[in-house]
Design a protein around this ligand. Sequence first.
Ligand code: SF4
Length: 320
Amino acid sequence: MLLDVRELKKWFEVKKGLFGRKQYVKAVDGVSFQLDKGEAISIVGESGSGKTTLGKTILRLYEPTDGRIYFEGRDITRLKRNDLRWYRKETSLIQQDPFGAFASHFSIYRILKEPLIVNKVTKEEEERRERIYNVLRDVKLDPEEFAFKYPHMLSGGQLQRIAIARALILKPKLVIADEPVSMLDASVRVDILTLMRELQKKHEISFMYITHDIATTRYFSDRIAIMYAGHMVEMASTTSLLKEPLHPYTKALLNAIPDPDPENRRRYRDVPPGEPPSLIDPPKGCRFHPRCPYAKDICREKEPPSIDVNGHMVKCWLYG
Ligand code: SF4
């Protein structure tokens, strides 16, 4: 196992409430899961579900509020900045916006050389060049043509390939990609996801793909985890979750996928659309209960436990 996340919480203090009480946005509120070496998982949820905060907390870009993060068995939850240097080399992040991701006055070669210099990978320019050219070939950009271009000369799809190359140049064991295709034209999204999957398998990297679009997960992951209002509410293999979802919220997400076949459209018609709740004062019990057509008394009172149903981890009283 590469990553072991246990009851992780990340709360943001927002303001003092009445009588001087502190208030918190409970963006991630007790999330547990494991990721194997070379495994790809998609983390899916609406905006405000906590998926991006989960990724950044795992990378220790945010300080965890509570819980534990183990990486190759080592507890990295409370490591100080200096002790995190090795972890920064083993992990990397691909961000959503490829257009604002690079310094415009640096060539692609310089952009890819920077992490090698900062992390003192090698002082030999020949070795650096070889590594940069190899990673450009990996992302299917001809080094002779692209190495000395500048970011403004590239399309969105090509820039995202550079972002992937930069994420891979230090040969990390864990990559977290946060909505990596949401700002790209629909025509290149599948190409980029297919490329990431190819590289993930080729280099046996563990990958977390964070997205609001459950439809794209089929191109990428071995497993899918669904987040709602700071909780992980369902997790299963990609095939099983897309074919036989259990949690009512997962069914609501699948309803939103446009499908040309009227038979497949809104397969789960009884789950209404709606908005996620406030994370400062989330609903008592199951956080999905205000939107859930199956809500019963216990759902409004008590938070459901996470249980195993036919290989799905599901957090719902329908199965408890
Ligand atoms: Fe619906 Fe209750 Fe399940 Fe929550 S626990 S999803 S309210 S049935």
